[in-house]
Design a protein around this ligand. Structure first.
Ligand code: TA6
Length: 287
């Protein structure tokens, strides 16, 4: 069989709202779409077929707005844990597409982001953020690396805010979090303990599981998605439930049934980087 002609540089096309997106393919047929806006992966179809990420039909696609769905990249502030806009800056900045490379049945795309005048007006630090998205077979790997390119130490929190597409949230569970302590953001941020083996979804769930193990599984009727993280210390699990979802302007009222966020995150203990220091973390999804 001859390999398809892959020239990733030709695959930056106008996406929704005219925002440029990279359409990435692997030799085995796996595909992904990644917007330069936020370096946000908005679609991932493994080689076996079937979209695995949720992307809201009501998402905005414009400068200054976050895309609702896929894998928003949260940096340098998770949620409202600081004075920056909610979930930081990187998801609304325009990233540079560096290159894409094919190695066997894996195709990887590289993106980078540096501080600019606007970011420094909100967060006075010099940084280089690098994102790599790799597809092939049953796997999507997203890696974030951050380098301190300035002359003073800085701290940040971060997450890969992954919106997994699910058939029905009420029939979905998350394994691998038993015995962990978590901050229950949906219940006045009280700290709790995960006593049951599985996290279940019969209403709003918004939890930051601390010091979470590297692997979790999202189990649905008939399919399981394995999630593996490195570098990130915590795991965030979020679904807004019916009432909160109805209030989210860029989602359909019943979309809470169709997605689950499981996020590789570093929230409790921020990363500290001295000048020239580099940190990296990754999240792999296996269909
Ligand atoms: O990552 C979970 C979370 O912080 C939730 O508390 C919820 O607010 C969610 O993110 C959505 O944030 P967004 O800015 O995308 O509406």
């Amino acid at each position: 069989m001859t390999a398809p002609d892959i020239n990733p540089h030709d695959r930056i096309v106008p996406g929704a709202g005219g925002l440029p997106k990279l359409v990435l393919s692997a030799r085995d047929g796996a595909q992904a779409e990644i917007y330069l806006h936020g370096a946000q992966t908005t679609s991932w179809i493994p080689a076996s077929g079937g979209e695995r990420l949720y992307l809201s039909q009501k998402s905005e696609f414009r400068s200054g707005a976050a895309i609702r769905g896929g894998i928003p990249l949260i940096f340098p502030q998770f949620a409202a844990l600081g004075s920056l806009p909610f979930h930081g800056l990187a998801q609304v900045m325009e990233w540079e597409f560096v290159d894409a490379q094919v190695a066997g049945d894996q195709t990887a795309a590289f993106f980078r982001l540096q501080d600019d005048e606007q970011s420094r007006s909100l967060w006075p630090h010099s940084f280089l953020a690098e994102l790599t998205a790799t597809i092939g077979g049953p796997r999507l790997a997203v890696k974030l690396a951050v380098t301190n390119t300035g002359s003073e130490m800085f701290q940040f929190t971060a997450a890969l805010h992954t919106y997994l597409s699910v058939a029905e949230i009420g029939l979905t569970t998350v394994n691998g979090l038993a015995g962990l302590n978590y901050r229950d953001v949906a219940a006045s941020r009280v700290e709790k303990h995960q006593g049951t083996p599985q996290a279940e979804f019969s209403g709003e769930v918004d939890r930051i599981y601390f010091a979470a193990p590297s692997e979790t599984q999202v189990v649905e009727q008939g399919r399981t998605t394995l999630i593996r993280k490195t570098g990130f210390t915590d795991t965030v699990v979020w679904n807004p439930g019916a009432e909160k979802c109805a209030l989210v302007p860029d989602m359909l009222a019943d979309d809470y049934r169709r997605f689950l966020c499981v996020e590789a995150a570093t929230v409790r203990t921020p990363v500290c980087l001295s000048p020239s220091e580099r940190w990296q973390g990754s999240q792999e999804l296996f269909a």
